[in-house]
Structure formats: structure tokens, C-alpha cells
Ligand binder design. Structure first.
Ligand code: TNX
Length: 516
């Protein structure tokens, strides 16, 4: 059961004041089990300490991040100290002991009583997730960048929680429009708040190459020199990319880098004439058409190229995955596509990584470990179902529900409409474990919300398209199917609005949600 909470009448209303204690019924994604203790409140004061599990730099770092948020808004010192061997009788404790068995490495238990708060988990990832829940239980003003008056009350009770799916992803297309480090970092902060644990970076496309490659320097210098619309483009140096990987890792987000191939490669083909079958480099491209470019499948230099590019990327990436795209290769014959994708998968494996590809990759011979990312607009796809029956794991990104670049409605200035309009209820209204025929719960690795950037240029644009739909996809990835309920979700989502206001997140005020 879910503690009877989600069927309960609407006590989730957040008063207009951004300093009111937030109800347990406001958390997004919905926890597995939430049991409010009526009338009990914990108050953060000027003497509150944060106790961290001793001997773990990971836990100390999570505690410091949380303390930093609270110091800014409360003005209190919020010291981080080692937890004593007995459970602390006061303060906020982050502990790697006493968590229920069976909640895995990302699960946590949160106990709020009158004199203390304890977050318990089996691993740091679970403590990080628990702290994100705790942040949502604090008054929205706690997320302010400037000192606010308080009081800083947290409603009492217990939450026991763990994710439904391992992969809860967001994708940023930094190729169509380049997004600077600051934007990517802020997006990481924003997605982590909703327990999203993967950021897929689409690092190359026809319009731009965004990662420096030492063996092929012109990719970034020339291939990265423009973007859709003819702007200046840009790229990440390898050092910057390492910084992003580390920044994300500190927020329990794994970077999944993508080099799209064999199509979507005009920027590479323009940078090196040798990569073209006819030896002639095309011009840089700043339009938005897809499907016109292909690496030269019959030339050996093509494989030297992808081996060196993927080798450097593998070395820069701490996670197990390299995404090799494979979508919309309509300038490559079916036979060439299979030849190429088979060889590309072997190259990724030789660099010790696991392949992710857009679901078109099932038209090649997928390796047993290859993950397919479904981006279709139908609920049946025979080739994907067959692959799933043979063991292929699938990331669900159905374009008509999960694409953050689709317009909300006909009046949305940004975005596209080829997969339809997607308002919040459409983003929320599907079940990843029972959506695609023949692809059941156990074949689903998780969900991902891609943001393609043909029309997206700034942080404000990114936020407008991601909020409030990204939290909807995040909830589908985290929360048990049994909590799925639009009435509850829209209320809990609405309760996020005051926090987004405080944080300066430029969100779309969907009329489907009653914003407090
Ligand atoms: C299709 S989805 C694409 C991208 C576009 C996107 C725009 C996919 C795997 N390929 O190249 O940016 O549509 O919505």
C-alpha cells in the first residue's frame, strides 16, 4: 500500500507564503511509502548541525552540498560534523546504517521527528536521493539565493522510497545550438532535484561538433564553429568535459555522451575531406533538415576515425555507456547501416564501454549488452519487440510523450510539432513498463526526456520546455506504477511552482495544473 496518502483529499495545498512547511503529499516523484505524523514538526534553527556518516567523503560531500543550500537562504552556519556512533538525538543526520534491506543503492528512509531528521540509505546515492526529498519538504524559500526570514519547518513523518527504474534520464542536444558549461551545470542541478540520474549529451550532429578530440582537432575547431541559424557555436575542451562529468557525478548524475553516426555527421564530414566517399568536404550546415549526411561505410579511415573519437570519449567518461546514435540514417543503405553499426558496436566494446543507440540500431545485429533508446510515436514496433524478446534492454523516450522540444500547444513560441503537442498531462499519461507492445517492465531500463535544440538557444528556453514536463517523466521513471494518478500528480506538481519561482526557473504555467 502507499499508506493511504495518495487517495487522500487535497491537503497538499501550499499556502502562497513561500515559508510554510510543505506537506508530505507534495513530493515529486511520488515516494513509495509516505506516512505523515500529524502535528509533528522539526524546525531548523541557528544551532542546527548536519551530521554525516563518518569515514565517507561521498557522504560528507552530500552533506556539504545540502548545507550550502541552507546557509544561503537561512543565513545559519549549518556546520557539517561527523555523526556520533549512537544515532544523533538532534540535528539532521545522513547515515549509511539502519536503512531497510531491499531498497537498493538509490533507496532511502527519511524520518522527521520533533527533535531530529535522519536520512538512512545503503549507499551515498540513496542519501543524495533522500536529501532531494528533504529539500522538497522545506519551505520553498529554503532554495533562495539570498537570506530569508524563515521559520524553517519540516513536517514530521516517515518516507521509505526507492526507484522503479535504474535509468531516469534527460538529454540535452548541445549540437543544434551550443549550450555553455554554465547552462549544462544548472540543468544538472535542476534534474537532480527530481532524482534524474542520467544526462545524455548529444555532442555531435550535422550542425556542430561539440567535444575536442585530440587526434582530430578540426572537428571542434572547424566543425564546432557554427550552429543552427549560423551563430558562433562552440565546443567543450576535454578538460571542461571532465569537469562536467565530475559536476554531474557529485549530483549522482551519470553523463552518457553521444556521438551520432553514421548519419547526422555533416559537421565531421565538413571538417575532414578524407571522411567523404568522394573525398570532397561539404560546407558547414546551419539549417534544420535531417537525414542527408553519412560517414563513408566503405572507407577504412572511417573506422580509424570512430575508433579514435570513441577511444578519447571513453577515456573522458567514468560511466559505462557510449551512445552512438544511429538514428535517421536515410542516406545510408540498409546493408551499409548494418555493416557500420556492427563494427561501431565492436569498437565501443573494445574500449570497455556498453553501447546505447537510438532504436533504429535494432536493424543491425545488436550486441547482447546494447541498449536501444525508443523514440517512436507508435505503441508497437516489431523490430524493437523482437530485440527485447532476445534480451535487449530499452530506454523509453516516446517522442509524443517524452520529447521536451515538442510545443505544449499551438501557441507555444519555441519547439516543434512533428510528434504532436505535449502538455503536462500527455507527458505524464503513459506507463513506461507497459507502453510498447512486447516490451514489458523487465525489458525497460528506464525513461529519458530528450530536449532537441533546433529552436532552443538559452537557459530560459531550456527551462521553459523542461518545466513542468521533465518532472513528469522523472516521476514515471522513479515512482511505482501504483502511485500513478493525474489528480495527485498535478497537485504535487503545482506545489513545485513556488520553489521554481524562488529558484528563478522559467517554467511554463500550464493551464492543466492549479499553481498555488
Ligand atoms: C528527430 S529523435 C531526431 C533529431 C531531431 C528531433 C527533433 C531522433 C533520434 N532524431 O535529429 O532533432 O527529431 O524533434
Amino acid at each position: 500500500t502507499t499508506g493511504g496518502l495518495w487517495g487522500a483529499p487535497a491537503d497538499a495545498t501550499v499556502a502562497p507564503a513561500e515559508t510554510t512547511a510543505v506537506s508530505f503529499a507534495s513530493v515529486v516523484p511520488a515516494p513509495v511509502l509516505a506516512t505523515p505524523a500529524g502535528g509533528v514538526t522539526y524546525r531548523i534553527t541557528a544551532t542546527t548541525k548536519i551530521y554525516a556518516e563518518p569515514g565517507s567523503t561521498a557522504v560528507a560531500d552530500i552533506a556539504e552540498q545540502f548545507a550550502a543550500v541552507l546557509r544561503r537562504s537561512t543565513g545559519y552556519p549549518m556546520p557539517v560534523v561527523d555523526a556520533p556512533s549512537a544515532t544523533p538525538a538532534d540535528g539532521i543526520a545522513l547515515l549509511l546504517s539502519g536503512a531497510p534491506t531491499g531498497i537498493g543503492s538509490e533507496g532511502y528512509q527519511l524520518d522527521v521527528i520533533d527533535v531530529s531528521i535522519a536520512v538512512r540509505a545503503n549507499a551515498p546515492a540513496g542519501l543524495f536521493a533522500g536529501v532531494q526529498t528533504l529539500r522538497q519538504l522545506l519551505p520553498p524559500a529554503a532554495d533562495s539565493a539570498t537570506v530569508q526570514p524563515g521559520p524553517w519547518d519540516v513536517a514530521g513523518g516517515r518516507i521509505i522510497d526507492q526507484p522503479r527504474f535504474a535509468h531516469r534520464g534527460a538529454m540535452l542536444d548541445v549540437a543544434r545550438h551550443f549550450l555553455p558549461m554554465s547552462v549544462v551545470k544548472r540543468y544538472i542541478d535542476e534534474i537532480a532535484l527530481y532524482k534524474v540520474n542520467r544526462l545524455h549529451l548529444h555532442l555531435s550532429d550535422d550542425q556542430g561538433w561539440r567535444i575536442a578530440v585530440n587526434n582530430w582537432p578540426d572537428l571542434a575547431i572547424y566543425g564546432g564553429s557554427t550552429e543552427v541559424g549560423g551563430g558562433a557555436g562552440g565546443y567543450y575542451t576535454q578538460d571542461e568535459f571532465r569537469q562536467l562529468v565530475a559536476y554531474a557525478a557529485a549530483r549522482y548524475v551519470m553523463i552518457v555522451p553521444e556521438i551520432d553516426m553514421p548519419g547526422h555527421t555533416n559537421a565531421a564530414l565538413a571538417s575532414y575531406a578524407d571522411l567523404n566517399c568522394d573525398g570532397v568536404a561539404p560546407k558547414l550546415y546551419t539549417g534544420t533538415k535531417v537525414g542527408f549526411s553519412s560517414l563513408c561505410v566503405g572507407k577504412e579511415i572511417t573506422y580509424t576515425f570512430i575508433d579514435q573519437v570513441l577511444g578519447e570519449l571513453a577515456a573522458l567518461t567514468t560511466g559505462p555507456y557510449l551512445h552512438i546514435g544511429g538514428d535517421e540514417a536515410s542516406s545510408t543503405t540498409a546493408a551499409d547501416y548494418a555493416t557500420f553499426m556492427n563494427r561501431a558496436q565492436q569498437i565501443v566494446a573494445a574500449h570497455g564501454k556498453t553501447v546505447v543507440g537510438w532504436h533504429d540500431i535494432v536493424n543491425a545485429s545488436v550486441l547482447p549488452s546494447t541498449v536501444a533508446q525508443f523514440w517512436g510515436t507508435t505503441t508497437s514496433n516489431a523490430a524493437v519487440a523482437t530485440a527485447a524478446q532476445h534480451g535487449t534492454k530499452v530506454i523509453m523516450s516516446p517522442a509524443n510523450h517524452a520529447y521536451l522540444d515538442m510545443k505544449y500547444n499551438s501557441r507555444t513560441r519555441l519547439g516543434q510539432r512533428w510528434a504532436g503537442y505535449i502538455d503536462v498531462q500527455d507527458a505524464y499519461g503513459w506507463d513506461p513498463g507497459a507502453y510498447l507492445a512486447g516490451v514489458g517492465e523487465t525489458s525497460v531500463l528506464g525513461v529519458e526526456a530528450p530536449l532537441w535544440t533546433e529552436t532552443i538557444e538559452t537557459l530560459a528556453d531550456v527551462e521553459y520546455m523542461a518545466f513542468p514536463r521533465l518532472p513528469a517523466i522523472a516521476e514515471l521513471g522513479w515512482s511505482p506504477a501504483s502511485t500513478h494518478d493525474w489528480a495527485s500528480f498535478q497537485q504535487r506538481l503545482g506545489a513545485q511552482g513556488p520553489r521554481w519561482r524562488v529558484m528563478g526557473i522559467n517554467y511554463y504555467h500550464s493551464t492543466q495544473v492549479s499553481w498555488p
